[in-house]
Write a protein that binds this ligand. Structure first.
Ligand SMILES: Cc1cc2nc3c(=O)[nH]c(=O)nc-3n(C[C@H](O)[C@H](O)[C@H](O)COP(=O)(O)OP(=O)(O)OC[C@H]3O[C@@H](n4cnc5c(N)ncnc54)[C@H](O)[C@@H]3O)c2cc1C
Length: 457
């Protein structure tokens, strides 16, 4: 159905935020994504300023036979949106903290950064992701595995309720006592369910922790990787850790002392007595001399420093998977691929330790995929978009095949990359959860107003 100027003017009269049409000069900036390799060009954009704006945008889309998608920060943008209505949520930035109940009510436009800062004023912290620049809601809808995941679990375990605009253009609450099937689905099921306008999110009482990261030169990759793998074999669930091999390009934008260098970084977080944390981390510290970094007592509000994920927008290609476990053979195979002197078009290869609280579902159940995984493994390709559809998928296929004895058939949607691998969408949840999610989607969105997933071809 063609969108008429009248219908668009009607929509604009009902919403307070900007309503843009393809070709409008302001559209590109409104839909710019953190992943700059993806350029969205939908037919209509609604910059929502309220729940009512979201509901009007959905109602307009349904009346005109158009699909609806959501853009918060664009950290998860993998495929350009080229049709329908795109609702941008960044103006939905309301945020309140109830220090009595330790629950934050987080509007859909918030990034973790603002939630972390507001919670810290009360000695509280959200169980957030590695990057405080990521959108709180987009991240949590996929489950969310962060730097203290083994102690606290998936971030979606902390949601107490959502407000959602459904395909019927109605605002509903989804919680343990209302639309409980939608609540179950939104805690890990990610897309195709509606537009979440806010969520109630339980915070944890946490002011400090023992944590940080150390950086080691390329020659020390084997020693540090082996030490880390050994530490994870016996680590209690109060300890969450990860390693990443990073090949920094020789570009001016990369600060010294990283420019042009290959390094391994070991990250660590311990919730509890710092002396115990220090003892647990000691074998990694002793593995080799670090050239930079610090692991010690730190404010919980600085947790994003543990991973120090990049915050500037740029082109990103990634592929992630879950591992059933790792052993000595895995470590040697990993070193053959990413060890000193290896040339591979992957700028970062990251392993995170899972288990502990991530293995335990919430009592009422939730739709998260990957609860049984022991580790995550993510590859980030060289930031050259000309390789994104050709070289990098083939390289990632080859590496995945080499690591196949340890790769789990099940994944988590936040780690599955562009879903370009056949079957990767279906594999992002256990099959029983996948089937139940499909049922919940059919119930709340019978006419596919919210197309999901968008896949890379
Ligand atoms: C640097 C970086 C670090 C990351 N770290 C972690 C990590 O530690 N752990 C982890 O689990 N994941 C991590 N991720 C993955 C991240 O959680 C996903 O990419 C997530 O989808 C980003 O959400 P967003 O809202 O910021 O991005 P967007 O691209 O804006 O949104 C992604 C998708 O989320 C959905 N969505 C967003 N907002 C809404 C809403 N209000 N209503 C309905 N649907 C919505 C839509 O399907 C949308 O397409 C990371 C990604 C990056 C790039």
């Amino acid at each position: 159905m063609a969108i008429t100027a009248e219908s668009l003017a009607g929509l604009a009269s009902l919403v307070s935020g900007p309503v843009l049409r393809r070709g409008d000069a302001a559209l590109a900036a409104e839909v710019a994504a953190q992943n700059t390799a993806v350029v969205h060009d939908p037919e209509v954009v609604v910059g929502a300023t309220s729940e009512s704006d979201v509901a009007e945008a959905v109602t307009f889309a349904v009346a005109n036979g158009l699909p609806v998608r959501v853009l918060a920060t664009g950290h998860g943008s993998q495929v350009p949106v080229t049709d329908g209505v795109l609702i941008t949520t960044r103006r939905l930035d309301s945020l309140t903290i109830d220090p009595e109940t330790a629950v934050a009510t987080i509007g859909a436009g918030n990034r973790w950064r603002s939630v972390i800062a507001a919670a810290a004023e009360h000695g509280l912290a959200p169980v957030a992701g590695s990057s405080d620049n990521v959108g709180s809601i987009g991240y949590t809808l996929g489950g969310g595995v962060g730097p203290v995941a083994r102690t606290f679990g998936f971030s979606s375990d902390f949601v107490r309720g959502f407000r959602v605009v459904t395909a019927a253009g109605e605002v509903v609450t989804a919680g343990p006592d209302s639309n409980s099937d939608l609540f179950w689905a939104l805690r890990g099921g990610k897309g195709g369910l509606g537009v979440v306008t806010s969520m109630d999110f339980a915070l944890v009482r946490l002011s400090t922790l023992y944590g940080g990261a150390l950086f080691f030169d390329e020659e020390h990759i084997p020693a540090v990787l082996r030490a880390w793998a050994a530490v994870t074999e016996t680590a209690p669930e109060e300890a969450t850790s990860s390693v990443t091999v990073v090949r920094f390009p020789p570009f001016d934008v990369i600060p010294e002392p990283f420019r042009g260098k290959t390094v391994i970084s070991a990250r660590f977080a311990y919730i509890g007595d710092p002396a115990v944390g220090e003892r647990l981390f000691q074998p990694i510290r002793d593995a080799a001399p670090a050239f930079l970094g610090e692991v010690g007592e730190m404010p919980a509000s600085a947790m994003a420093m543990i991973h120090s994920d990049p915050t500037d927008p740029g082109p990103v290609w990634d592929r992630g998977m879950l591992l059933t476990g790792i052993d000595g053979d895995f470590v040697e195979r990993f070193l053959e691929i990413f060890g000193p002197g290896r040339e591979v078009p992957v700028i970062a290869a990251e392993l995170r330790h899972l288990g502990g609280a991530t293995a335990r579902d919430v009592p009422e159940g939730s739709a998260v995929g990957g609860r049984g995984a022991a580790y995550t493994f993510v590859m980030i390709g060289v930031p050259d978009p000309s390789l994104f559809d050709t070289v990098l998928p083939a390289v990632a296929d080859g590496i995945t095949a080499q690591l196949s004895p340890w790769v789990w058939e099940e994944n988590n949607i936040n780690f599955a990359g562009g879903l370009s691998v056949p079957g990767s969408f279906e594999a992002s949840w256990p099959s029983a959860i996948f089937d139940r999610l499909a049922e919940v989607r059919r119930h709340y969105d019978p006419t596919h107003v919210f197309p999901y997933p968008d896949r890379k071809r």
